[in-house]
Design a protein around this ligand. Structure first.
Ligand SMILES: [Ca+2]
Length: 337
């Protein structure tokens, strides 16, 4: 596959194969019948399909079929992903890179057996709706769109998934991310949703979900607490879902390195926060009028304003709903139940 660096293929009817291709081959075929063009990755490694261009016509059932190896494959598809590109990663820990095109949301509908799906978009929007076929049952799929800039957004809907788990990273803009509906594992979460920068709209699934904040700016930029920013979590369930904040020693900026004792710095109402008086310890509280989770870096007694972390939060349990995590999203310290 190493020679497939600039192959231009027009698929509009007849079967093709990669056996005779060298660099800079252009193939145009003319038949109305549907066919499959199969490419087989023979060994693990990095396979660059960025220059692999195709188009289809006729009955629209032509398929480019790419079979990954039993080893760890990294396939880069550039901007030429669509539902007509069928890819299985095969064995190993496989990674698929592509730059999503606006207009279709089913580009991953025939992708399977990957561990990592990487959106390479930067200055463009990305939108995909995915189903169980993309997921391996019982495994976590990592989806990464962190390169998208603040003027663009990811829309990702995995609500139809019932057999795998999701860790997803949004970009710098205001993303809309809907997680899987798989039942959560005994000691974990169905979804770890990290919106990144921007005022994201995040929706968990039916199981336990973790809403992750690595730095304070992941709240969407609110610095005054006056509203208009902060993520929106459409279905936060107190006692089941959790907010996770990076420990300072993992790169966080929230003032804590452990969950142990954190509950004394979490207030479940505005009145409780006000009652903390002159405390300058970093704290979280539920604005029970505005229904927002707030964070105050210098406590009620400091001079800085509390800022919005997330909106649409109707209930907060100080003992169970906020944890400190390490860089692998694992809870640090003990939670009180
Ligand atoms: Ca975002």
């Amino acid at each position: 596959m190493g020679s497939l660096t600039d192959v231009h293929v027009t698929v509009n009817g007849s079967q093709i194969d990669n056996s005779g291709f060298a660099t800079d081959v252009t193939t145009t075929l003319n038949s109305s019948a549907s066919h499959t063009s199969t490419f087989t990755v023979n060994a693990s490694g990095t396979e660059d399909f960025t220059h692999f261009h195709y188009s289809y016509s006729g009955d629209g059932t032509n398929v480019v079929d790419i079979q990954g190896s039993t080893g760890a494959d990294t396939l880069t598809m550039g901007s030429d992903m669509s539902s007509h590109v069928h890819i299985t990663g095969g064995g190993g820990t496989d990674t698929l890179h592509f730059t999503d095109a606006v207009g279709t949301s089913d580009d991953l509908s025939h992708v399977s057996a990957f561990s990592n799906i990487i959106f390479d978009n930067i200055g463009s929007n990305a939108s995909e709706t995915v189903g169980d076929s993309l997921f391996t049952s019982g495994q976590t799929l990592n989806v990464d769109a962190h390169t998208i800039d603040s003027s663009h957004a990811l829309t990702f809907d995995a609500s139809g998934v019932t057999g795998g788990y999701l860790y997803i990273q949004g970009g710098a803009g205001a993303d809309t991310i809907t997680g899987v509906n798989t039942n959560s594992p005994a000691n974990g979460y169905s979804n770890v949703l990290f919106g990144g920068g921007g005022a994201d709209t995040l929706t968990g699934g039916s199981g336990a979900d973790l809403f992750l904040y690595k730095s304070l700016s992941d709240n969407g930029g609110d610095t005054s607490g006056t509203g208009g920013a902060g993520d929106t979590i459409t279905n936060f369930t107190s006692g089941t879902d959790k907010f996770a904040f990076y420990a300072d020693n993992a790169g966080g900026s929230f003032g804590y390195n452990t969950t142990t004792g954190l509950n004394s710095h979490i207030f479940t109402s505005t009145a409780g926060y006000n009652a903390s008086g002159a405390s300058t310890s970093p704290c979280w509280f539920l604005d029970d009028t505005g229904h927002s989770l707030m964070y105050d870096a210098d406590g009620h007694g400091g001079g800085g304003a509390a800022v919005v972390i997330a909106n649409n939060i109707n209930s907060l349990n100080a003992n169970t709903d906020i944890i400190i995590v390490d860089a692998a999203h694992h809870q640090v310290g003990t939670i009180i139940t």
